[in-house]
Design a protein around this ligand. Structure first.
Ligand SMILES: [Zn+2]
Length: 506
């Protein structure tokens, strides 16, 4: 049994100013200049907490030969340049054609990629692959929990399997599930029948977290439903709201073994659970001033985290916002850390000066004017490193990644980990390589909305969702949507409430 695998993964923040190019995919994928497949992918992802780690293990467990073609990913950012997307799709298609025939295809996609020409880039990708392999070769697609699943994606894939967790700690399991399910389909042991529902509902990251209520209980119910006779798999996709596209939204998929009525019934059931939670899914934000006060009142109670999700690079934000940092400096707050702040210019300056030197910096606030102004002042260079690390926490465990040349600066009593690559601070190792042991600090500002909770969050005694400005701020009043379909909750609170539903069926 021969199974081709691969894909291009990007979460596109259409409100971000910086476009995404092939160079970003090449740098972040770490698979060489032409994003090599085959052995390069086996070496990079085998035994890691990733989708391809799961594909590899799943395919081996069923005796299938996995043929990885391409695994391209870039940090979430602005709209993907069309020619870059076309180049990567051409690589995938060319490599697939050279390997034909195949018995099945596994596509490792995100589900919220937007290019200059495609609002629904995954729909275009799946369509192109379908065109090459034909309608009879089964295709299982794995997507992020933040996928904006379109009717087209649902129609063209035999099965879509989304992550069940946020933080995304089940990528490996979903990869194994996809590969083994595909093998059952190829052997004729299962006839997947999928129901798709698109809800008139948008939600924001902090409350999409599956470690918190109401999502924790909702996902338990979904897992119980997956155990019912005839049900193969169910996906709740919470959507990516920072995308002004027609199909941005919460959606539901249920796949049964050859039973459309059961799939429809179960999909409607989950959709109604989600709809009933719509008010509970709205976040509650706290200012840095309130959190500093809280940290002062709880000096001996352990680490406090200020989750600066408004500047989360994991959702396309610049990761160089300074609002919390400047407030801590102005308040003469001691024992605070900001991690990780993206500023290659300042990192280079610190590396040129050396450890123990004091440099004059213009730190952060350089990408745009929406995340605070640069912090200007004298900074002491406490530590330097090359920024290479391995994820040790539950998310992406075992993957090697790079912050680029990194400096730990002290400015006005606050430590700042300054990196040359834009990365979400989701693993304690990213701080430890910079000489910071988070449990030995009072207040940590992380450029992350939710993913930090998997590893760093477990070290904290209190966590607050930040009330800061930014293009990833969980606040619908800040974003002007022109392409999104309407009405949608909570933008059109009354209309969507009254009509309840205009669910899209496919
Ligand atoms: Zn995600």
């Amino acid at each position: 049994m021969r199974i081709a695998s691969g894909g291009v993964q990007h979460e596109t923040n259409t409100f971000a100013s910086t476009p995404t190019t092939l160079a970003d995919f090449v740098r972040d994928s770490d698979c060489g200049p032409e994003l090599a497949g085959g052995d390069v992918i086996f070496a990079r992802f085998r035994d890691t907490g990733t989708i391809h780690g799961g594909y590899i293990a799943g395919a081996e467990s069923v005796g299938a030969k996995l043929l990885p073609l391409l695994c391209a990913r870039a940090q979430p950012s602005g709209i993907v340049e069309q020619k870059s997307f076309d180049t990567m799709l051409d690589w995938f298609i060319g490599r697939l054609q050279a390997l034909l025939p195949v018995d099945g295809v596994l596509l490792d996609l995100h589900g919220a990629m937007v290019t200059e020409q495609h609002e629904d880039a995954e729909g275009a990708f799946i369509e192109a692959v379908r065109h090459v392999v034909g309608g009879d070769v089964p295709m299982v697609v794995t997507l992020d929990l933040h996928a904006n699943i379109s009717p087209k994606m649902a129609r063209l894939a035999d099965v879509i399997i989304g992550f069940d967790t946020y933080p995304h700690v089940d990528m490996y399991e979903r990869g194994v599930e996809a590969a083994t399910l595909l093998a059952h389909i190829i052997r004729g042991e299962m006839k997947p029948t999928q129901a798709y529902r698109q809800l008139p509902l948008l939600t924001m990251p902090p409350m999409q977290c599956t470690l918190r209520e109401p999502m924790q209980t909702l996902m338990q119910r979904v897992h119980q439903l997956e155990q019912e006779p005839g049900v193969i798999t169910a996906t709740v996709s919470m959507g990516f709201p920072f995308a002004d596209i027609h199909d941005a939204s919460v959606s539901v998929l249920v796949t049964t073994n050859d039973d459309q009525q059961l799939a429809d019934q179960k999909a409607d059931e989950i959709a109604s659970w989600l709809w009933d939670l719509r008010d509970e899914l709205q976040p509650d934000l706290t200012s840095i001033e309130e959190v500093m006060r809280f940290a002062d009142e709880h000096v001996n109670d352990g680490l406090v985290i200020f989750a600066d999700g408004s500047d989360n690079p994991g959702g396309g934000a610049p990761c160089d916002g300074t609002v919390a940092l400047q407030a801590m400096i102005d308040a003469n707050f001691e024992g605070g850390v900001v991690g990780v702040l993206f500023d290659p210019e300042t990192a280079k300056q610190a590396h040129e000066a050396g450890v123990g030197k004091t440099i004059h910096v213009r730190l952060g606030g350089k990408t745009d004017d929406k995340h605070g102004a640069p912090v200007v002042g004298e900074a002491y260079v406490r530590a330097l490193c090359d920024g290479t690390f391995t994820y040790h926490g539950p998310m992406m465990r075992g993957v090697v990644d790079h912050l680029g040349p990194t400096a730990t600066l002290v400015i006005g009593g606050v430590e700042v980990v300054v990196a040359s690559h834009r990365r979400q601070c989701l693993d304690a190792e990213m701080l430890r390589i910079a000489g910071i042991e988070p449990t030995h600090r009072r207040l940590l500002v992380v450029k992350s909305a939710v993913h930090f909770r998997a590893d760093i969050g477990a070290l904290a005694t209190s966590i607050f969702d930040a009330d800061t400005p930014g293009i990833h701020r969980p606040d619908f009043s800040l974003f002007e949507y022109r392409h999104l379909r309407r009405p949608i909750y909570p933008l059109d609170r009354k209309a969507a409430c009254q009509t309840r539903i205009n669910l899209v069926h496919e």
